[in-house]
Design a protein around this ligand. Structure first.
Ligand SMILES: [Ca+2]
Ligand SMILES: [Ca+2]
Length: 188
């Protein structure tokens, strides 16, 4: 990539375009690139390009790239290849499905359609030994604690989504189990 020369959009250079300028320049460059790809140019110069919907340049993950003026036969011409640009993609929610923090499709909204992580607790209150309480089907019990009063009782996980309260022989106080449930709430 040569050092940009001359005036106009090439002055900013790749990666050095201010956000506001990038949006404006990208729109111009997108229109220009479609209109005159292959036009004669000054060898070694570059220009900002964005071969996607101009309305999305500079928004979210989308940004302009650089097109180089390359040798082509008797003259140098715009190469038509826009290096480094990122156009709208599919909105990515990441491995955890709760979002990757980016507006990948450049529609102005970050992580739309992704899931939301939720957490809540449930308790049996004082209960009979052997009583269980469970999370909703789309949640997992990530903590099971004894919330009983007095001594000689305990709580144990039962499966991945439930907890069970037990009382020993001493019958001191009462058994109680509290579970913490975590999961995802997803649109659709
Ligand atoms: Ca989006
Ligand atoms: Ca995203």
């Amino acid at each position: 990539m040569g050092t940009p020369r001359g005036g106009g959009v090439a002055d900013a250079g790749p990666g050095a375009v201010a956000a506001d300028d990038a949006a404006a320049l990208g729109r111009d460059a997108g229109a220009v690139a479609r209109a005159d790809a292959g036009e004669v140019c000054a060898l070694g110069t570059t220009r900002v390009c964005y071969p996607a919907d101009p309305a999305t340049v500079g928004r979210g993950a989308c940004h302009a790239g650089t097109e180089a003026c390359a040798p082509n036969g008797e003259f140098a011409r715009w190469g038509g290849t826009c290096t480094g640009f990122v156009g709208p993609g599919v909105e990515d929610c990441g491995a955890a499905r709760t979002g990757n923090g980016l507006d990948d499709d450049c529609d102005g909204t970050v992580d739309e359609g992704c899931c939301t992580a939720t957490m809540y607790t449930r308790s049996t209150g004082f209960t009979a030994s052997g009583s269980s309480i469970c999370c909703d089907a789309d949640h997992t019990a990530t903590a099971v604690v004894d919330c009983g009063d007095g001594d000689d009782h305990w709580a144990s996980p039962s499966g991945t989504a439930c907890g069970t309260a037990f009382e020993g022989d001493g019958n001191h106080g009462g058994p109680c189990v509290q579970i913490t449930c975590t999961g995802l709430v997803c649109p659709g």
